[in-house]
Design a binder for this molecule. Sequence first.
Ligand code: IMP
Length: 191
Amino acid sequence: MKDLVFATHNAHKLEELRAILKDFNILGLHDINCHEDIVEDGETLKDNAIIKANYVTSNYHIDCFADDTGLEVDALDGAPGVYSARYAGEGCSYQDNVNKLLEALEGVENRKARFKTVIALNLNGEQYLFEGKVEGVITKEQHGEKGFGYDPIFLPDGFDQTFAEMPMEVKNKISHRGRATQKLVEFLMKR
Ligand code: IMP
């Protein structure tokens, strides 16, 4: 099995990706002894994905992919977007972000939102980009215990369970990261 680094420290994301990319030996940053926090100071999801993938490839000389995700809320002009991780401030928790978003949308009827993921892959000296998105709405209250981040308040279109209520396999099939990863997998399989 080919080794491929997924440039993340996030155990949830590694677990999700390993379940999808079964034909690869997916290594996390810990597995290559990279304990730094890579600074994600890009202005777009694409910039940040490239920053992370290039950091690993240039410092560790290994094939790697990195993703960056944002939640875009229409009524907030696309916020939190690229700032989704630190929406409620530097060092905030997932719950802080959820609370802040629910407050920002108090009394707001248009709750349309989407998750977007961009993946940058560095393979054999070339760079490739893949994008996935999922449309949905922000619920008025939290539902479910699974997943992470904004999952308890994101209801994907066509479903009656939030991401935090559905089994991980179902979320993986329809999620932003699942779809972007599917494109990555199809690409890798063709090679
Ligand atoms: P990252 O770029 O994947 O680290 O995502 C940035 C932020 O978006 C995370 O800190 C989470 O708050 C949120 N996020 C990313 N993916 C998901 C998801 O699948 N469900 C819920 N929130 C997510």
